[in-house]
Design a protein around this ligand. Sequence first.
Ligand SMILES: Nc1ncnc2c1ncn2[C@@H]1O[C@H](COP(=O)(O)OP(=O)(O)O)[C@@H](O)[C@H]1O
Ligand SMILES: [Mg+2]
Length: 312
Amino acid sequence: MIPETSQTDGRDDALLVETSGLTKRYGARITAVDDLDLSVRRGEVYGFLGPNGAGKTTTLRMILGLIKPSSGTATVLGEAPGAPAGLARVGALVESPAFYPYLSGRDNLRVMARYSGVAPSRVEEVLQQVELSGRAGDRFKKYSLGMKQRLGVAAALLKDPELLILDEPANGLDPKGMADMRAIIRGVREEGKTVLISSHLLGEVEQICDRIGVILRGKLVAERTMEELRGREGGLLVRAEPLEEATRVAQDLPEVEEAQVADGMLRITVDPARAAEVNAGLVNAGVRVSELRMVERSLEEMFLELTGGETV
Ligand SMILES: Nc1ncnc2c1ncn2[C@@H]1O[C@H](COP(=O)(O)OP(=O)(O)O)[C@@H](O)[C@H]1O
Ligand SMILES: [Mg+2]
């Protein structure tokens, strides 16, 4: 059964994509996607992150109804994948779309608009949105990779979808191309749309995502907000003197879980929201505190932890 569409209830946390036990096997030996539960909330940019071969494209193809799962379910905008009512509200760039090489970018979009029943005026709008207006009259085959990718995004935006699904849109782009792609995605989000974007590079998407899901060998190993991923729960770093005294005092504070010395500083496992109490506790015990800040674990560090040392 397909759950009631969440679009009508107006909640901000409505799930636009939800999968449950989603699995895709190829033959007896390959499980490309393995019991995957992920959820994309309305209005967010969701980064679907994993190394090559992890199962990202397979997942997105199932979500779009391009291939059938071996087991499990997916719901997209309250509909089964591939159901016409849902598809009309989803734009996707999964496989590089087949553009006519000898037609201009603009004419390619016009052809697409015509056969998908989209008003021709949308063509100029989406060209502007991906900043391709200036080169829209050039033949597609003359386009750089970045321009081709942008035209692909423009095509996905033609029908003004609520949900935009992009499979590694920054793949192979130079830093400028990646920055352009990020700017486009930010713009799409500002229009109130929801974006599901896959990548094998954390650095490519971390600046634009609200949440990320990490897939490894077909399994979702983590689904976190960027806040959580940045390790805000990681505690406090304190520069204090005398250090041994500070450690002892910190260990005895009621809010502190653990305190130890690392690289000449005191590393305290504690909710960072309790920083004031920790500071007061130390100072009241006669410890001189010259610096106190949150531990910001790098995302790369976090990623290595999540993936058990496998680089992405
Ligand atoms: N049509 C297919 N037949 C057999 N194996 C496949 C097929 N499509 C994907 N796979 C395998 O499934 C795994 C996941 O692939 P894919 O979803 O493309 O990963 P990603 O997009 O994360 O790089 C890989 O091991 C890949 O070789
Ligand atoms: Mg892929």
